[in-house]
Design a protein around this ligand. Structure first.
Ligand SMILES: [Mg+2]
Length: 431
């Protein structure tokens, strides 16, 4: 009897030893970035477009720009953002296809399911990007590469061979995203710890997620012109450049392959305010900017994964007391939907404001995590919530003002989005 227990204990410690002693591999993240996503979906849908230069356009007019280009179009110089007239000039045989957002969202879900069949998707970063964390044995380079190939095959089998992706593997999420950019289309790149940072040196500063036009100018002022120079900065120098200890810590960690713990979000409110430009200091001006602030706050809230039960709106006047109103956004769980909030605003907006408006503010509060909210039983609110999420995806991909509500017309440019330096930015916040 005692001998049996002894064997069991031995068994346990033996197994424990194996698990404990198992070497922890260096590759912790697998990032998937679809190549020329919208154009490749169109090529998948229509075999006649395969192997041909294709550009996806939002409306059927010469004045618009290409919102996606197939690799065949990219090779001759047509890019996202190229005006249609110019695309025709560069490439007279180009096939212009009208965008079908609903179709791209359907494919998006099929791609997530395909990846999920190989590896849990921890975050969907945009309509064509997602990542998962590698666990245990998966972190070993050979296993991680095998898993990446499995993901690529799963996507090809489930979605079609025209819809290709680049997969990046690295010790942190940021480097895994950088790795997806190193080989396109149909890439698979792993960045191992001993290849950091030298493997990054051939990149341009602007290739790095998080370095936009403004940041690259700031780096240039500090005589940082190459990725190599960036990697050689000390933590102190980074603090001076970013003027933020938090940001310097993040950049230091991500460039040196450290895995930052994701920050817990305990936010219960989201607010936005904007001082009106002189030309907007009118009732319609204040109203349009308020709609824009609501849109911004709601987008931010959705990106944090929350719904709000209440909204407060304030308009400050130059010459008279402020106007403030609080409103419930619905009995159960509130709302995450820009349209609902803008409708509430329209209902409550006074017919005449007391004075000249100078500042508008919106506060979304009593927030609850979206996974604790039951989906609406009614078709219309569900559709509206879907629309809000789709608009976020379009705006993430094509810039903040690609899709906005009619109520915001004329105020799209008010209060540009600023990167929040207190959290690791997500890939598409950087475009
Ligand atoms: Mg992509």
């Amino acid at each position: 009897m005692w001998f049996n227990s002894f064997l069991k204990a031995l068994d346990f410690w033996f197994l424990f030893g194996i698990v404990k002693g198992m070497p922890d591999g260096p590759l912790r993240y697998l990032y998937v970035d679809m190549n020329s996503y919208f154009a490749s979906v169109e090529q998948q849908e229509n075999a006649a477009l395969r192997g041909r230069p294709v550009a996806v356009i939002p409306t059927d007019t010469d004045r618009t720009c290409c919102i996606a280009a197939s690799y065949e179009a990219k090779w001759v110089g047509v890019k996202t953002g190229t005006p249609v007239w110019q695309a025709r000039e560069i490439c007279p045989t180009i096939e212009l296809v009208l965008a079908r957002p609903r179709l791209y969202v359907q494919y998006h879900h099929r791609i997530i399911d395909a990846v999920e069949s190989c590896l849990h998707v921890d975050q969907v970063s945009s309509i064509d990007e997602m990542y998962g964390k590698l666990m245990g044995d998966e972190r070993q380079p050979a296993n991680a590469i095998a898993l990446a190939n499995k993901v690529k095959t799963a996507i090809r089998d489930a979605v079609g061979e025209s819809v290709r992706c680049s997969v990046g593997l690295a010790p942190n999420c940021w480097l895994a995203k950088v790795a997806t950019d190193m080989q396109k289309p149909d890439g698979l790149v792993a960045i191992l710890p001993d290849e950091i940072p030298t493997k990054l040196y051939p990149l341009k500063l602007r290739d790095l997620p998080g370095i936009g036009k403004g940041m690259s100018r700031r780096l240039e002022r500090h005589r940082v012109q190459t990725v190599e120079q960036l990697c050689q900065l000390s933590l102190k120098q980074m603090q001076d450049i970013w003027e933020s200890k938090v940001m310097a810590d993040i950049w230091w960690a991500q460039l040196h392959g450290q895995d930052l713990p994701s920050r817990p979000t305990r936010r219960r409110t989201v607010s936005h305010s904007h001082v009106l430009a002189p030309k907007s200091r009118t009732d319609p001006g204040a109203r349009a900017v308020m709609a824009r602030m609501i849109h911004k706050a709601a987008t931010r809230m959705r990106s944090l994964g929350y719904w709000a039960q209440h909204m407060q709106m304030t308009v400050k006047h130059v010459d008279s007391p402020s106007w403030t109103v609080k409103v419930s956004l619905g009995a159960s769980g509130g709302s995450n939907d820009t349209l609902v909030m803008v409708q509430k605003m329209s209902e409550l907006w006074p017919t005449r404001h007391a004075g000249v408006p100078i500042q508008v503010m919106v506060l979304l509060y009593d927030m609850v995590p979206e996974n604790s909210v039951a989906p609406s039983l009614f078709e219309e609110p569900r559709k509206q919530a879907e629309l809000a999420v789709t608009m976020d995806k379009i705006n993430k991909k094509y810039g903040r003002h690609a899709a906005f509500l009619g109520a915001m017309w004329g105020a799209q440019e008010s209060a540009p989005t600023r990167i929040s330096f207190t959290q690791v930015p997500k890939d598409s916040d950087w475009d």
